[in-house]
Design a protein around this ligand. Sequence first.
Ligand SMILES: Nc1ccn([C@@H]2O[C@H](COP(=O)(O)O)[C@@H](O)[C@H]2O)c(=O)n1
Ligand SMILES: C[C@@]1(CO)OP(=O)(O)OP(=O)(O)OC[C@H]1O
Length: 161
Amino acid sequence: MRIGHGYDVHAFDDSRPLIIGGLNIPHDRGLKGHSDADVLLHTIADAVLGALALGDIGKFFPDTDEEFKDMDSKVLLKEVVLKMFREGYQIGNIDAVIMAEEPKFRPHIDKMREIVSDILETDLSNVNIKATTTEKLGFTGRREGIASEAVVLLVKTEEEK
Ligand SMILES: Nc1ccn([C@@H]2O[C@H](COP(=O)(O)O)[C@@H](O)[C@H]2O)c(=O)n1
Ligand SMILES: C[C@@]1(CO)OP(=O)(O)OP(=O)(O)OC[C@H]1O
């Protein structure tokens, strides 16, 4: 078994749509980034790479490379999942949190879990996603951006889950 941790932050950007967990979330602003700025999927990808001791998404998808401009982060996460399979691992379980004062994510969480579990090729019951405000404290509390954090457990493909 291997454990991994991911953390990511993106600032709000009035000119972009809000894409989190592979979903377009209705909101008056989105997030700034080289890609579609899906902070949750980046966090999960980093957690998987971390568990494999393969570094981070910036190593494989540099934000200086035009190829990854406005990239769909579902594609990015899928590529990380393929690396995981090549290393002989699969998802044990994952637990992620989105930190944001706004918008409310609760109504979208179940759909996000479906999208993430499909990409990770794991059962829905292995994926937990939650959201919290930071009680108006810090940069998330000031509505300057959104942060996300995840932990993931990987198991050898031949191991019982
Ligand atoms: N952006 C958010 C933040 C929170 N939630 C949901 O509200 C619950 C209460 O949040 P607190 O920060 O006051 O603990 C939280 O457990 C989430 O279910 C949300 O949907 N979107
Ligand atoms: C995903 C990448 C690549 O398009 O760009 P961003 O959307 O800026 O995301 P970030 O989490 O800052 O870093 C990873 C980047 O390399």
